[in-house]
Design a protein around this ligand. Sequence first.
Ligand SMILES: [Zn+2]
Length: 325
Amino acid sequence: MKKCMMLRLILICCCVCSFHQAYCWGFYGHKRINFLAVFLLPPEMLVFYKQHIRYLEEHAVDADKRRYAVPQEGPRHYIDLDKYGDYPFSELPRNWREAVDKFGEDSLNAHGIAPWWISTMLSRLTSAFSEKNSARILKLSADLGHYIADVHVPLHTSSNHDGQHTGQKGIHGFWESRIPELLAEQQWDLLTSRAQYLDKPAAFIWDRVLESALASDSVLKIEKKLSQKFPADQRFSFENRNGAIIRQYSSAYTIAYDREMNGMVERRMRSAILAVASCWYTAWVNAGQPSLRQLSQPGWDEAERAELEQIQTAWQKGEILGREH
Ligand SMILES: [Zn+2]
């Protein structure tokens, strides 16, 4: 009896852990997106990016870790478009200045600023290319990849971001972490065309954001419908992960949900990879296509090292600042 109680207690603890930190494509998805984006680049860029592919992969999740250390970080990862009326949300100006004039900066921040933040990061990356600053190119590429990937997740454009208003808590991690972790490696074809030059990068990003917003209703409705016909006792399973027992959506339920969405997660991930590569490429072209062949090895200064250490420690403490999304 005692043993049984103990086991239940361990499982409950594990459940709490398993849903914590399950945001923004999950760590697996972000790392994969930055990694695969490298292979869509032209040879002049590949020569540098391939050399540092492990950095781009590993630091694809710094932006999420920063949410535990920097209060302003949170809103950069999402935008609650449903706060601005109905699709295509015409009352929200796409231009930052016009949006600030209309709604005020505090209100915009409260509902997320992801598309505008991506434009800021893109221009910073362009400057880093112009300066041929290899450390900044890598850091900004890794971060930019993260934010672009985030806006490809439908629930990053909805205020019901974790199904909390519709009794579907946990759906955020289900869609963006559990599904790709289970299916991407074995079944998905994530590489398509080469990076494209973007004439109007801001408009391109808004288009991706609107696609996500359009899909967010289906993400919620399809799971709701499936949960009503799928046997309740088979929706979750306990699985061993790195020696710890965790409660998660069962493989059968995950596969069924993915099937009902007709490949949506795979399509959004593929689109994210292409968008990341295209934005890196566009920044490089706009900087005048500087040669990356003889860039010096990145030198991380004291301030950068300290920042990385700070976000790592804050993340390990696990206390997110501001709203989770
Ligand atoms: Zn994120």
